[in-house]
Design a protein around this ligand. Structure first.
Ligand code: ADP
Ligand code: MG
Length: 253
C-alpha cells in the first residue's frame, strides 16, 4: 500500500489545498464610480495576511464581498471554511450586557450556555475586560467596546477571522498590547487572519504577507512577504528592517 501522506507531499502545488480564500479578478463599482479593480488575492491556512490601503480604497467593500454581504460585478471568489467577520464599526447590542453580547453568536448556534460563558469570562480577563461582564456597552470606553466586539468575533469564528481595522480607534499604548495579544491568540488557537489596516507599521508588525491597495479604484499595487523575524514577530519592532520596509510601502502609496 502506498503511503498517502508521503505521496501528497511530493505532488507539485499540493500547498494549494491549504488555500482557504481565493479572489480572482474581483471588480466592483457603485453607480459609475469604480471602487475595486481586478483584485486577486489568496490566504492559506494559518497565515496572517493584511490588506493595507488608504481610506476609501475599497478595503471594507472587499470584506463585504468575501463574506457574501455584497455581490462583486466581476471575478470569482472561493472560500473554504467558516468565516468570522468583525466589521469596522462595533455592533454591540445596547440592551444586552457585555458578556451576553460576546456569547450571542454562540447562544444563537445553540452552544452550551455555561461553557460559552466560562470561556468568554476567561478571555475577557486577558484583554482587560475583567469586571465588566455584567455592564452594558454604553458603560465601556471605545477601546473596550472594540475589544468586546473582537472577542465576540473570535469566539464565533471557525478557522478564518476577517478583521476590519479592529484597533483603529485605540490609543497607541492599548493598540500595542492588543496587537501582541492578537499574535498570541493566533498562535494559541491556530486561526487564519485576514486583516484590514491603513497603518503601515501595524501591517508589517503583524503580517506574514501584505497586499498593498492603491487609492480609488483599489488595485493591488504590490504583494509583499514580511520575511524578517517570522518566528518572533515581537522582535520586528526593534529591527531596522521595519523602517526600510515602511519606506518601501510609503513609496507605493
Ligand atoms: P475603505 O474601507 O478602504 O475605507 P470602503 O470600501 O468603505 O473603503 O469604500 C470605498 C469607496 O466606496 C468609498 O469612496 C465609499 O464612499 C464608497 N462606497 C462604499 N459603500 C458605498 C455604497 N453603498 N454606495 C455608494 N458608494 C459606496
Ligand atoms: Mg473601511
Amino acid at each position: 500500500m502506498q503511503n498517502k501522506a508521503l505521496l501528497e507531499k511530493t505532488v507539485p502545488n499540493s500547498g494549494e489545498n491549504n488555500t482557504l480564500i481565493t479572489l480572482d479578478g474581483i471588480s466592483k463599482s457603485y453607480d459609475s464610480a469604480e471602487i475595486l479593480k481586478d483584485v486577486s488575492l489568496h490566504i492559506r491556512k494559518g497565515e496572517f495576511v493584511s490588506i493595507l490601503g488608504p481610506s476609501g480604497s475599497g478595503k471594507s467593500t472587499l470584506f463585504n464581498i468575501i463574506t457574501g454581504l455584497l455581490p462583486a460585478d466581476r471575478g470569482t471568489l472561493d472560500v473554504h471554511g467558516e468565516i468570522g467577520y468583525m466589521q469596522q464599526k462595533d455592533l454591540l447590542l445596547p440592551w444586552k450586557t457585555v458578556l451576553d453580547n460576546i456569547v450571542l453568536p454562540l447562544d444563537l448556534k445553540g452552544s452550551n450556555k455555561e461553557a460559552s460563558r466560562s470561556k468568554a469570562v476567561s478571555l475577557m480577563d486577558r484583554i482587560g475586560l475583567k469586571g465588566y461582564e455584567h455592564r452594558y456597552p454604553s458603560e465601556l470606553s471605545g477601546g473596550m467596546k472594540q475589544r468586546a466586539s473582537f472577542l465576540r468575533t473570535f469566539l464565533a469564528s471557525g478557522e478564518i477571522m476577517l478583521l476590519d481595522e479592529p484597533f483603529g480607534a485605540l490609543d497607541s499604548i492599548t493598540k500595542g498590547s492588543m496587537q501582541a495579544w492578537l499574535l498570541e491568540v493566533q498562535e494559541a488557537f491556530n486561526v487564519t487572519i485576514l486583516f484590514i489596516t491603513h497603518d503601515i507599521e501595524e501591517a508589517i508588525f503583524l503580517s506574514d504577507r501584505i497586499y498593498v491597495l492603491s487609492s480609488r479604484p483599489g488595485v493591488v499595487k504590490e504583494k509583499l512577504t514580511v520575511s524578517f523575524n517570522q518566528q518572533n514577530k515581537r522582535d520586528r519592532l526593534i529591527n531596522p528592517e521595519l523602517l526600510v520596509l515602511k519606506e518601501t510601502i510609503k513609496g507605493l502609496l
